[in-house]
Ligand binder design. Structure first.
Ligand code: GLU
Length: 447
């Protein structure tokens, strides 16, 4: 419920950002948690602090012209929303997907501010991307697009200013093309300007695995509060991209069994447990679809075209595809099937109604800004290694990641307790993230 002091702030957000539904949704969720904070500490409502947090520091929209393989000129739109730099340089990924518009980038940037604060690392929040559709594009086309995108974006970046990384549609290949272009234009080997780099050129070990691994650590710790673990559990993971793949890997390592994953066309059900080598081969090497997985799986797997993965009964669900992929209807099905825990690997995958239903049913619910913070936290570790011109071992880096995820979990749980809602990680994450950003902003005065 929205506190009456916060109502005019939300009304203003709606008025000033028309049509940006996902952004409204993300702001609303945080404001719903802040009523309790300003009741206890009224100074956080002073000096338009909350209004300032809802307004990005800078929003950049630019033209991205490039030439396709047939020699035709294509035009896309590029975005970078530099949301909040109170805690460090703007930090957050780039998303290349045909549905990307300003509202997508703003919701992601807003979430990123609180997520990054929760990690405890010195990083502000931002996000960017383009409506470029990488699907069906050749390597040459992707390269030319990335170069053109970076030609404009480069003037807004810097290791102390803004440090992008990947997100949907942007992986190590795209980061490579963008880093190459940035390096050429600036005549500087500024490793710390992008994260998610390859190991040979300034990347960090564990960055590829970090979001998925981190999400599993977070859920394992939530389960621990009820004397449970992943061991012997049946798990469903939506998506089949970077987050889903490394979620599946870590769940298997902890003794759980992932029986289904999906893409935008349908889902695959594999009761023997997803064969990760095959999935990696299809997704990471061939850039194929989960339908190909079912066709090639010798032990037998069923592909359900157009099906809803949340209909598959499971103990634990990890939505790891995209925003609003899990609706109220899906939450009802999962609750009916006695789901124990839901951990958001993607950003805002559960609709507000779904989140409410999980909380009401007493399901352990890990919100994305806490659960999937391992990716950006490891990006901050990459920045640390770049700054010190060092490179850590896999074990040392993974240990840092595990420590950060446990820390985020415990901080969210502690704040939820403090505000009288034990076990409500949504409230805990929003309040804990907000307080860290708010403290820095108060110290800086009106800027
Ligand atoms: N796109 C990721 C996220 O949603 C990672 C961002 C980063 O590493 O900067 O947090």
């Amino acid at each position: 419920m929205l506190d009456e002091k916060l109502e005019p702030i939300f009304a203003d957000v709606l008025r000033r950002n028309p049509g940006e539904e996902e952004f409204h949704q993300a702001v609303r969720e945080v404001l719903d948690s802040l009523g309790a904070v300003i009741a206890k500490h009224p100074h956080y409502a002073e000096d338009a602090l909350i209004e300032r947090i809802c307004e990005p520091e800078r929003q950049i929209i630019f033209r991205v012209p490039w030439v396709d393989d047939r020699g035709h000129v294509q035009i896309n739109r590029g975005f970078r929303v530099q949301f909040n730099s109170a805690l460090g340089p703007f930090k957050g990924g780039l998303r290349f997907h045909p549905t990307v518009y300003l509202g997508t980038v703003k919701f992601l940037g807003f979430e990123q501010v609180f997520k990054n604060a929760l990690t405890g690392m010195p990083i502000g929040g931002g996000k960017g991307g383009s409506d470029f559709d990488p699907k069906g594009r050749s390597t040459g086309e992707v390269m030319r697009f990335c170069q053109s995108f970076m030609t404009e974006l480069s003037r807004h970046l810097g290791e102390y200013t803004d440090v992008p990384a990947g997100d949907i549609g942007v992986g190590q290949r795209e980061i490579g093309y963008m880093f190459g272009q940035y390096k050429r234009m600036s005549n500087r080997y500024e490793s710390g300007v992008l994260t998610g780099k390859g190991l040979a050129w300034g990347g960090s070990r564990v960055r590829t695995e970090a979001t998925g691994y981190g999400a599993v650590y977070f859920v394992e710790r939530m389960l621990g509060t009820r004397g449970q673990s992943f061991d012997g559990k049946k798990v469903i993971v939506s998506g089949a991209g970077n987050v889903a793949i490394y979620t599946i890997e870590k769940v298997a390592e902890l003794g759980g069994k992932v029986v289904a994953c999906s893409d935008s066309n349908g889902y695959v059900l594999d009761e023997a447990g997803i064969d990760l080598d095959l999935l990696k081969e299809i997704k990471e090497k061939r850039r194929g679809r989960v339908e190909d997985y079912a066709k090639q799986r010798r032990a037998g797997a069923t592909y359900v075209p157009g099906g809803c993965i949340w209909d598959v009964p499971a103990d634990i669900a990890m939505p790891s595809a995209t925003q609003n992929e899990l609706t109220g209807r899906d939450a009802r099905t999962l609750v009916k099937n006695k789901v124990l825990a839901v951990g958001e690997g993607a950003n805002m995958p559960c609709t507000p109604e779904a989140v409410r239903l999980f909380l009401e049913a007493g399901v352990l619910f890990g919100p994305g800004k806490a659960t999937n913070a391992g990716g950006v936290a490891t990006s901050a570790l990459e920045m640390q290694q770049n700054a010190s011109r060092d490179s850590w071992t896999f074990e040392a880096t993974e240990e840092r990641l595990a420590g950060i995820m446990n820390g985020i979990h415990d901080r969210c749980a502690e704040v939820a307790d403090e505000y009288g809602s034990p076990g409500n990680y949504v409230l805990g994450a929003n309040i804990a993230g907000f307080i860290r950003v708010a403290e820095a902003m108060r110290a800086f005065g009106v800027v």
